[in-house]
Design a protein around this ligand. Structure first.
Ligand code: 13P
Length: 254
């Protein structure tokens, strides 16, 4: 982790969860401080259908509620889409934008992601902007240049350490059980910090950069010990409160 940055442990439930999953959220809310300590923050980004109830469950807890995507516009004729203002109205404090599954499934470009981040800020939300290379890009040796391009295109000029979190999620590590080596993670995060500094100046020093992609209780301590890794964005393991809390506990002693 980076000294003086408050770590963030973030869950992304993706398209998982119904009412029967809410007890997991309650367990996360009640166990988080004990697991992670007072110095860490948590957020769980639930499906939109659960957000109102998640907002109520998490309201008085150290864990925030978050959405997984938002439309750039505050309202309008966009059937099936959700405005950032609607997420905020349900109690969200964060929203993920530019997840690789959105970039792939919905053909979202860097420019789309940047306008969603600006929509998040307009609604008072913190944007978690995701970047990461595919397997083919990695094998071609293009990881760092892909990350540079995504930071240049997806992070708007108004980004601050208060309104934005960056999540490095190598696409090939998501849901596969594979992770980059600690050296590769450290190199990617240092590169992201340098690119953010080029763009945002000293503001970048305090911006949280999360690692995501097959984070589990068994690898969390090693990943979170790395410089410039200021938390985690967790998919599958965030669905089980005990696993999410075990990952969160990796920041306690840091
Ligand atoms: P997994 O933790 O399931 O690999 O998912 C990572 C992710 O995509 C979080 O946004």
């Amino acid at each position: 982790m980076t000294p003086a940055i408050r770590p963030l442990i973030a869950g992304n439930w993706k398209m998982h969860g119904t009412s029967s999953s809410l007890p997991e959220l309650k367990a996360v809310a009640s166990g988080f401080t004990n697991a992670a300590g007072e110095g860490a923050e948590g957020v769980v980004c639930v499906p939109a259908t659960l957000l109102g109830r998640a907002g109520e469950i998490l309201a008085a807890s150290p864990v925030a509620a978050g959405g997984q995507d938002c439309h750039p516009a505050p309202n309008g004729a966009h059937t099936g889409d959700i405005a950032a203002e609607m997420l905020a109205d349900c109690g969200a404090r964060y929203v993920i934008v530019g997840h690789s599954e959105r970039r792939t499934d919905h053909h979202e470009s860097d420019a789309d992601v940047a306008s969603k981040a600006e929509a998040a800020w307009r609604a008072g939300l913190i944007a978690i902007i995701c970047v990461g290379e595919t397997k083919a890009q990695r094998e071609a040796g293009d990881t760092l240049s892909v990350l540079s391009g995504q930071i240049a295109g997806s992070v708007p000029a108004g980004a601050t350490a208060g309104n934005t979190v960056i999540a490095y999620e190598p696409v090939w590590a998501i849901g596969t059980g594979l992770t980059p080596t600690p050296e590769d993670v450290a190199k990617a995060h240092a590169h992201l910090r340098a690119e953010l500094k080029k763009k945002l100046g000293d503001e970048a020093n305090a911006m949280r950069i999360l690692y995501g992609g097959s984070v589990k209780p068994s690898n969390a301590a090693e990943l979170l010990s790395l410089l410039n890794v200021d938390g985690a964005l967790i998919g599958g393991a965030s669905l089980v409160a005990a696993d999410f809390l075990a990952i969160a506990s990796a920041v306690k002693s840091k």
